[in-house]
Design a protein around this ligand. Structure first.
Ligand code: ADP
Ligand code: MG
Length: 159
C-alpha cells in the first residue's frame, strides 16, 4: 500500500440517505466532500427502492469523484466523521434506514480486503442504485449497469 500514500488518487464515493430530508442530506454531503478532496465529478440524484431490508422509505442515491491525498483509511475516517457530524446514529438493522451513508466505491485501482475496509466496495457491481449514478460520472461502468436485470434497473429513477 506504500504506493497509495503521499500521492493523489481518485476515489469514487457512493452517497445515500432515506431519513429526514434525504435530498438535502445528500446535497449537503456532496458539498462537504469538496472539503475532503477535490470534487471534480458529481452525478444527478436518483430515487431508488430499498435493498436488503425492504420495510423502509425509498432512498436518494448519488455518486461523486474526488481527488485526494489521503490514504484509503484516512478517507474512510473522514467519511465516517462526516456521517457523524451530519447526525448519523449507529444502526441496529443491517441495510436499514440511514440519514447519510458514504461508501468508498473505488480508490484508484486499489484492491483491499480487510475486516473494516473492502475496496472496491463489495456488491457495487450488482446494485443498480450504485451503478446508475456511477455510470454517469464514469462511462466505463455503463456496460455493467446495462447488464443488470431490468427488474433492478426499474427500481432506480433519475430525478
Ligand atoms: P453499509 O454496509 O450499509 O454501508 P455502514 O455504513 O454502517 O453500512 O458500514 C459498515 C462498515 O463498513 C463501516 O464501519 C466500514 O468500516 C465498513 N466498510 C468496509 N468497506 C467499506 C468501504 N469501501 N466504504 C465504506 N465503509 C466500508
Ligand atoms: Mg456505509
Amino acid at each position: 500500500m506504500a504506493d497509495q500514500t503521499n500521492s493523489v488518487n481518485t476515489a469514487y464515493i457512493g452517497l445515500s440517505s432515506n431519513l429526514g430530508d434525504a435530498i438535502a442530506n445528500v446535497g449537503k454531503a456532496i458539498n462537504e466532500l469538496s472539503k475532503i478532496g477535490n470534487l471534480y465529478a458529481c452525478s444527478s440524484l436518483y430515487l431508488t427502492k430499498p435493498w436488503g431490508y425492504l420495510d423502509q422509505p425509498d432512498f436518494i442515491n448519488a455518486a461523486a469523484a474526488i481527488e485526494t491525498n489521503n490514504t484509503p483509511r484516512q478517507l474512510l475516517a473522514a467519511l465516517k466523521g462526516l456521517e457523524k457530524s451530519m447526525g448519523r446514529q449507529a444502526m441496529s438493522i443491517r441495510w436499514g434506514p440511514r440519514l447519510i451513508d458514504l461508501d468508498i466505491l473505488t480508490f484508484g485501482d486499489l484492491q483491499l480486503s480487510e475486516a473494516d475496509l473492502t475496496i472496491p466496495h463489495p456488491f457495487m457491481l450488482e446494485r443498480a442504485f450504485v451503478l446508475a449514478p456511477l455510470a454517469e460520472i464514469d462511462n466505463s461502468y455503463k456496460a455493467a449497469y446495462q447488464n443488470l436485470p431490468e427488474s433492478l434497473r426499474l427500481q432506480v429513477k433519475r430525478l
